[in-house]
Design a protein around this ligand. Structure first.
Ligand SMILES: Nc1nc2c(ncn2[C@@H]2O[C@H](COP(=O)(O)OP(=O)(O)O)[C@@H](O)[C@H]2O)c(=O)[nH]1
Ligand SMILES: [Mg+2]
Length: 432
C-alpha cells in the first residue's frame, strides 16, 4: 500500500508553467482523495522529451533523490507516461511510479455505485493495464533474478516472465470482451432502473462540479448543525450522501458526486460519465464552481455539456459560485462574474459562511411545488399513516377531535395519494 507520494508535473513550453502548476495542485487534491499523503511536488520544465524518462536523466535522478529524501514511497506523474518510461522510473527509483490516469481510475473505482459504472471503470482499468503487464512481470523477474543469484537464474526467470505476459494478455483480452458484453446487457436494462429510482419519496439533490470547487466542503457545511440539521438517524449506505432538514422541515438527500477533472484521459470519459450518471437522476443539481479559478467559464461550459450528454438538460439547477472570499479586493472580477451569471447564481464562501443563508433559501425554493400542505383527518386506528407523515413529511399542527387526529401537514407529492381518503372536510388543499 502506498502512503506518501511525491508529485511531478513536466511542462514543455515556458508559457505553460502556470497551467502546469495549477494542474499539479489539482493532482494533489486527487491524490489526497485516495487517502495518500502528498510529501512534496515538483513542476519541471523539459526542453526535449527524453524517450527513457520523459525528463532528462540528470533531472530524473534529482527528482528520485528528492522523493526518497522526503520519505515518499511513490512518485505520481501528472503527465502521461509510456509504459516503458514508467518501468524505467520504477527500476531506477525503486519506488512505485504511477501517472494521473491511474490516480483517476482509483478514484472512479472508489466512487462507482451502479453495475454499469463498476464495469466501465473495470474496462478502462483493463485497457490501461494491458500494455503495462510487462512491467508487473518485470518486477517478478528482477526479484527472482536477484534471489536466484548468477546470470543463468536471471535469464531463466526472464523467459518465464515473458511466457506469463502472453498468458496474461490473453486473459486480459478475454476479460475485456466479457465486460463489454455485460455492459451491453446492463445498458439494455438501464431505463427500468432509472424509473424505480425516481419513485422514491424524498427529494434528492446532487452536488456536481470540478474537483477542488468545494463540493465536499459544501456538503459538510450544509449538514453542520448550525446550517441544516443532519439526520444522523438516517442510515445511508453511501458515505457521500447526507440527509438534511431544511428550515421548513422538508427532508433533503444531498449527494456529493465524483468531480470533473481537467485533462481527463480519453479512455476514462465513459467511466466518468457512468460514475456520474446515477447521481444526476436527482430531482435537482447544485453546480459548484470555484469563483477564484481563472478557467471558471470553461469549467462551467464543460460541466453543462457533459450534463447535456447524460440527458440532464432541463434539470433544475442551483449554480453556486464558491470561494468568493478569494475575490476580496478584486471588485472588477466579482462584478464581471455577477454580470455573467446574473441572478442565476448564488455567490458564497464555504470558508467564511458568506451567502450560505441565501443558498439555503434557494434550496427551499427548489423544493416548493414538490410538496403540498394538506389538512388531514386521520382515524386513530391508522398509526401507519401518522408514522409515514413523521418519516417523509412534516406535521405542522395536530389536534384531537373525538377519535380522529386533525392535522396540517407538509406531504411530498409522490405520497399524496396515500392520504386521498383523509382530506379534512373535502376542503381544497392549500398548496405550500
Ligand atoms: N478560500 C476558500 N477555500 C475553500 C472554500 N471552500 C473550499 N475551499 C478549499 O478548496 C479545496 C477543495 O475543497 P473540496 O471541498 O475538497 O472540493 P471538491 O473537490 O469539490 O470536493 C479545499 O482545500 C478547501 O479547503 C472557500 O469558500 N474559500
Ligand atoms: Mg470532494
Amino acid at each position: 500500500m502506498v502512503e506518501s507520494a511525491f508529485l511531478v508535473g513536466a511542462y514543455f513550453n515556458r508559457a505553460d508553467e502556470e497551467g502546469a502548476a495549477s494542474l499539479l495542485a489539482e493532482l494533489a487534491e486527487l491524490v489526497a482523495t485516495l487517502g495518500i499523503e502528498v510529501a512534496g511536488r515538483a513542476c519541471v520544465f523539459v526542453r526535449e522529451r527524453s524517450k527513457r524518462y520523459l525528463t532528462g536523466s540528470g533531472k530524473a535522478e534529482e527528482l528520485m533523490e528528492e522523493a526518497r529524501k522526503l520519505g515518499a514511497d511513490c512518485i505520481v506523474f501528472d503527465n502521461e507516461l509510456a509504459p516503458a518510461q514508467q518501468r524505467a522510473w520504477e527500476e531506477e527509483a525503486d519506488l512505485t511510479v504511477i501517472d494521473r490516469e491511474e490516480v483517476i481510475l482509483d478514484i472512479f473505482r472508489m466512487r462507482a455505485r451502479t453495475r454499469e459504472a463498476v464495469l466501465q471503470v473495470e474496462l478502462a482499468r483493463m485497457e490501461y493495464s494491458l500494455p503495462r503487464l510487462a512491467r508487473m512481470w518485470g518486477h517478478l523477474d528482477r526479484q527472482r533474478g536477484g534471489s536466484g543469484g548468477g546470470k543463468g537464474g536471471g535469464a531463466a526467470a526472464r523467459g518465464e516472465g515473458e511466457q506469463q505476459i502472453e498468458v496474461d494478455r490473453r486473459l486480459a483480452r478475454r476479460r475485456i470482451e466479457r465486460i463489454k458484453e455485460e455492459l451491453d446487457e446492463v445498458r439494455r436494462n438501464r431505463q427500468t432502473q432509472r424509473k424505480r429510482r425516481t419513485d422514491e419519496g424524498i427529494c434528492q439533490a446532487s452536488i456536481v462540479g470540478y474537483t477542488n470547487a468545494g463540493k465536499s466542503s459544501l456538503l459538510n457545511l450544509l449538514s453542520d448543525a448550525d446550517v441544516l440539521a443532519e439526520d444522523k438517524l438516517f442510515a445511508t449506505l453511501d458515505p457521500t450522501t447526507r440527509r438534511v432538514e431544511l428550515p421548513d422541515g422538508q427532508p433533503l438527500l444531498l449527494t456529493d458526486t465524483v468531480g470533473f477533472v481537467r485533462n481527463l484521459p480519453h479512455r476514462l470519459v465513459e467511466a466518468f460519465k457512468a460514475t456520474l450518471e446515477e447521481a444526476i437522476l436527482a430531482d435537482f443539481l447544485i453546480h459548484v464552481l470555484d469563483a477564484g479559478a481563472p478557467e471558471i467559464h470553461a469549467f462551467h461550459e464543460t460541466t453543462l455539456s457533459v450534463l447535456r450528454e447524460l440527458g440532464a438538460e432541463g434539470k433544475p439547477t442551483v449554480t453556486v459560485l464558491n470561494k468568493v472570499d478569494l475575490l476580496a479586493g478584486d471588485e472588477a472580477r466579482l462584478h464581471e462574474l455577477k454580470r455573467h451569471f446574473d441572478r442565476d447564481a448564488v455567490f458564497v464562501s464555504v470558508r467564511t459562511g458568506e451567502g450560505i443563508p441565501e443558498l439555503v433559501h434557494r434550496l427551499s425554493g427548489m423544493m416548493a411545488g414538490r410538496v403540498s400542505r394538506l389538512r388531514l383527518r386521520l382515524p386513530q386506528a391508522r398509526p401507519d399513516l401518522l408514522a409515514l407523515l413523521h418519516r417523509e413529511g412534516k406535521i405542522v399542527t395536530q389536534d384531537y377531535e373525538g377519535n380522529d387526529i386533525v392535522l396540517t401537514a407538509v406531504v411530498p407529492h409522490p405520497l399524496r395519494h396515500r392520504f386521498e381518503g383523509h382530506l379534512d372536510g373535502g376542503r381544497d388543499p392549500v398548496e405550500a
